[in-house]
Design a protein around this ligand. Structure first.
Ligand code: PLP
Length: 433
């Protein structure tokens, strides 16, 4: 079977996510035959280093032998069971482990099956918890430039015009407060002043603040100081609004700690996890919350007070097996410590780009490295050109406009990271002359 054979069939029947399908008339889609660690291999044996962890999900490589084994074991026992009225050992064990790992006080796990759905859960729970206290608050605050997913609720509280604008008439109410403009303490302090002013004026309408802790992903890998989170959480407590930490992208070690909130020493009211939760294997997400929020819903049967939200695949047993295997690997291999070496290699790689004229800045947070370009307009589609150039050199990266970023699986070697930076350098040499 050739690449072309599969891609021709694909073009007849598929509609790909976040894609203008017509682009594939001139640039064929790449069919992947197998995965192997940090490599993806197509049907003609071309190999690509997965520099973006397949949309930020993969932690321990593709076709990881240990995770494979655990999923296969589970497959012979139980593939899935309805999670209302029933449970299974894998999800109980996973929940116990998440409670032990997460910031102290997050004692309850509510599952869904993808990031956006979990965001919907957190928004509904927050609104409903206030409502159960007799408080009607239907407004959410998020940071400017934030991204929380594509379903209507999640889209409503995001702030990336590219994804949101078209659907504006369909959305629920949200307002934005300025996000810190860079990683400095001063920028965090300046953003807090704005947030406090907003709370002084409108806190009694607001259910929650939702943030992407430390790194705003789809908004262009914008990074900020943990001080913002510490202070924002303090203000949320002062004004009695919930703090929702969307760690869908940054959870599980991406920022250098298991959870980004640890760097701000805070316990959010809701912690949302997905992506790396299953090591990038299967769709699963969880909203962790406190005993106090849980208590707002705990009562003799009352349909208005109960949280009657569900998804068919909630708590899927195969996904839980992948998640438990992923946590085993964190325990066995001291991953957070080991990643410090890789993080230093990313830092070294970024240095090559600092003084290039087309580079606005480089920045880094743990296992995420960014090269932001300047001087290009959207119609030049520089990111797409860099993506294609790097693919021709066996490297998968997928810039966000003119923001090039590297977010590899944790099993990459410093040498393989070097190959990614070589490809980016080659792309810039070729495309920015
Ligand atoms: C911070 C954040 N929240 C939510 C989502 C949505 O998750 P999903 O794509 O699984 O719906 C994403 C996806 O990239 C994300 O980065």
């Amino acid at each position: 079977m050739t690449n072309q054979h599969i891609s021709n069939r694909d073009m007849n029947v598929l509609w790909h996510p976040c894609t203008q399908m017509k682009d594939h008339e001139s640039f064929p889609i790449i069919p992947i035959a197998r995965g192997d660690g940090v490599y993806l291999e197509d049907f003609e044996k071309n190999r690509y280093i997965d520099g973006i962890s397949s949309w930020w999900v993969n932690l321990f490589g593709h076709a990881n032998a240990y995770i494979n084994g655990k999923v296969k074991e589970q497959l012979d026992t139980l593939e899935h069971v309805i999670l209302a009225g029933f449970t299974h050992e894998g999800i109980v064990r996973l929940s116990e482990r998440l409670v032990a790992l997460a910031p102290e006080g997050l004692t309850r796990c509510f599952y869904a099956d993808n990031g956006s759905s979990a965001v919907e859960v957190a928004l509904k729970m927050s609104y409903h918890a206030h409502r159960n206290k007799g408080d009607n608050r239907a407004l959410f605050v998020s940071l400017s430039n934030s991204y929380h997913g594509e379903t209507l609720g999640a889209l409503s509280i995001g702030d990336v015009a590219l994804y949101k604008e078209t659907y504006e008439p369909l959305l629920i109410r949200s307002i934005q407060t300025p996000s810190p403009i860079n990683q400095s303490l001063e920028a965090a302090k300046a953003a807090i002043i704005h947030f406090e002013l907003l709370l002084r004026e409108r806190s009694d309408e607001i259910a929650a603040l939702i943030v992407e802790p430390l790194v705003q992903g789809a908004g262009g890998m914008v990074m900020y100081h943990p001080h913002f989170l510490t202070e924002a959480k303090r203000l949320c407590e002062e004004y009695a609004i919930h703090f929702i930490a969307d760690e869908i992208m940054v959870g599980f070690g991406r920022t250098g700690t298991m959870f980004a909130c640890e760097q701000a020493d805070i316990t959010p009211d809701f912690l949302i996890l997905s992506k790396g939760l299953t090591g990038g294997y299967l769709p699963l997400s969880v909203v962790m919350t406190t005993e106090s929020i849980y208590g707002e819903f705990y009562c003799d049967y009352d349909p208005h007070r109960s949280f009657l939200h569900s998804h068919s695949y909630t708590g899927n047993a195969l996904a839980c097996a992948a998640a438990n295997a992923t946590l085993d690997l964190f325990e066995k291999n001291k991953v957070i410590e080991a990643n410090q070496k890789l993080s230093r290699a990313i830092n070294e790689g970024l240095k090559r780009f600092e003084s290039r004229k087309e580079v606005k800045e480089t920045r880094q947070c743990g296992m995420i490295g960014v090269i932001e370009l300047q001087g290009f307009n959207a119609s030049q589609r520089i990111g797409v050109k860099i993506h294609r150039h790097c693919l021709s050199l066996g490297v998968l990266i997928r810039p966000l406009g003119s923001v090039i970023y590297v977010m590899p699986p944790y099993v990459i070697t410093p040498e393989e990271l070097g190959l990614i930076f070589d490809a980016i350098e080659s792309a810039l040499n070729e495309l920015t002359l």
